[in-house]
Design a protein around this ligand. Structure first.
Ligand SMILES: Nc1nc2c(ncn2[C@@H]2O[C@H](COP(=O)(O)OP(=O)(O)OP(=O)(O)O)[C@@H](O)[C@H]2O)c(=O)[nH]1
Ligand SMILES: [Mg+2]
Length: 248
């Protein structure tokens, strides 16, 4: 059991999956922690060859009550890393569980809004596309088009009424993750984010979207790949079929 002796049911765990993010991790962690005392961070590292895991261990050693590290054996994608983090969080009684990238693309100060809004809904989506506006900084136009139309496509096929279906800056109240059968979630890349929101929404959980400005990474390399995009293209159809069969 971790924690600082306070009410364990009032803590928020921000899960940050990492693969080769050694320069970003020491930047993002303090920015997240300074937003609120109730925030703790869990870095889920997939044995990054660049030593991110050791950098994370140093941060955790300096603040053992607030920074935690989950080391996994090898790179197995974003989805499995998050699922391991969710299980870790549920076992330890966190009230709220957030997803956030390590590369500073998601504005950590917005965690305050996510937490505030989570008091009135079941989960909160940080959205780059609220109200048809596009708030992405430093993305090449091709990347922007893939993301924007990807989210329109996902919304159309699956029916999920969210402006940013693929986004990875989200907060779930623990009751949502407890109600989902995490073992059934098999997606790895973008589809993981779609599937998670879709399953939560299909179970009747309510959500709100908070506008965020997404800024492209300035350190480290992108793990986005054609394979991840292609996975999303066909998997949303699978999600639609599962949905129609009542299997979500
Ligand atoms: N643990 C783990 N983390 C991963 C894996 N793939 C990506 N990540 C992390 O997930 C977050 C999002 O990945 P990014 O590479 O930024 O992907 P993206 O945001 O789609 O693309 P860019 O912003 O262009 O880099 C980052 O914190 C990555 O380090 C993985 O296989 N395992
Ligand atoms: Mg990124």
């Amino acid at each position: 059991m971790t924690g600082r002796g306070g009410d364990p049911g009032a803590r928020t765990l921000v899960i940050v999956p990492t693969f080769n993010e050694r320069d970003n991790v020491p930047r993002i962690v303090p920015l997240a922690l300074e937003v609120a005392d109730e925030i703790e961070v869990l870095i889920v590292d997939d044995a990054s060859p660049d030593g991110t895991g050791e950098v994370a261990d140093d941060l955790a050693a300096a603040q053992p009550d607030r920074v935690h590290v989950l080391h996994r054996e090898g790179k197995s994608g974003l989805g499995p890393a998050y699922l391991a983090g969710f299980r870790w969080a549920l076992e330890r009684g966190y009230a709220r569980i957030c997803e956030m990238d390590a590369d500073l693309s998601h504005p950590p100060e917005k965690l305050a809004d996510l937490i505030r809004i989570s008091k009135r809904v079941d989960f909160v989506i940080g959205s780059r596309y609220v109200g048809g506006r596009v708030t992405v900084v430093n993305w090449p136009i091709g990347r922007l088009l893939i993301s924007y139309f990807g989210t329109v496509y996902a919304r159309t096929i699956t029916g999920l009424p969210a402006s940013d279906a693929t986004g990875g800056f989200n907060l779930f109240n623990r009751r949502v993750l407890e109600a989902l059968d995490l073992d059934q979630i098999r997606s790895t890349g973008y589809t993981f984010q779609i599937e998670l929101k879709l399953r939560a929404w299909r179970k009747g959980f309510t959500f709100e979207e908070v506008p965020i400005v997404f800024t492209e990474r300035d350190q480290g390399e992108s793990k986005m790949s054609k394979r991840i995009v292609l996975e999303a293209v066909w998997k949303v159809w699978m999600l639609r079929i599962l949905n129609l069969l009542g299997k979500l």
